[in-house]
Design a protein around this ligand. Structure first.
Ligand code: ZN
Length: 241
């Protein structure tokens, strides 16, 4: 990798793929503490948990109000991707129950979603003069999503840089850590105040459930996303004491 060798981090500008979920909020805090300017991008593709979209605004507001490093937060881009909902009938965009398919992939898998997100983000970054694309993809907890693999992201980074004649870096700070370690990273980034922001204002539950507040945040408590989040929180707390 050639990038970031001759350019100090603070002169770099980042675009964070920001859904309003826990992982992308941690990525946003991570980016705000490294880069000189950080913009955010989100996609509206008719996802069932549309509550995430309103969480995005709440998280941006709370970060700005509570953390001095959030002064580097720049503008937000919300991209209408209704076409993605049209071409992929999955449990995230349709009414189907969340379940494992015969091939072992969860039916929440939207084919090509991260490829599309990163490609569109790169197009925005190109226009805005931003250098780094930051995403919360993680192959450790991996849910079987092939577009979360590091190999996928590195290949797309290369294709994008070839296709746009740029030297973008695709940064994925959560790629090789599990959920417990991502809670720990959050604590290191912003202490208890940031942990409480994560629990109160982010959203990860596949069902869009926000009636039940658990120690780890809001959610149904039973879907794969809630189970992963709850287990990570429990393991992180236990490792702490
Ligand atoms: Zn849930």
């Amino acid at each position: 990798m050639s990038h970031s060798t001759n350019q100090s981090l603070v002169t770099r500008k980042a675009l964070v793929l920001f859904s309003g979920g826990q992982d992308s909020t941690i990525c946003l805090a991570w980016a705000l503490q490294r880069y000189g300017l950080v913009e955010t991008i989100g996609f509206d593709y008719g996802q069932r948990h549309r509550v995430e979209l309103s969480c995005r605004l709440a998280v941006r507001r709370e970060l700005t109000a509570r953390f001095p490093w959030a002064e580097r937060l720049g503008r937000d881009h919300l991209i209408d991707l209704a076409v993605l909902g049209e071409i992929s009938a999955t449990a995230l965009t349709g009414d189907a129950e969340i379940a494992l398919r015969d091939d072992g992939l969860p039916n929440t898998f939207v084919p090509g979603r991260n490829l599309l997100f990163l490609t569109l983000a790169a197009a925005i970054a190109y226009r805005r003069g931003l250098d780094v694309l930051v995403g919360g993809m993680c192959e450790t907890d991996f849910s079987g999503y092939p577009d979360c693999r590091d190999e996928t992201i590195r290949a797309l980074e290369k294709a994008t840089n070839l296709g746009m004649e740029r030297d973008f870096e695709f940064a994925t700070p959560l790629m090789f850590i599990d959920k417990a370690a991502s809670w720990q990273l959050a604590a290191e980034l912003g202490g208890d105040a940031f942990i409480s922001l994560l629990c109160e204002h982010t959203h990860t539950c596949y069902l869009g459930e926000r009636d039940q507040r658990h120690r780890w945040g809001y959610g149904c408590g039973n879907c794969p996303a809630c189970e992963l989040r709850a287990r990570g929180y429990r393991e992180w707390r236990e490792a702490r004491v």
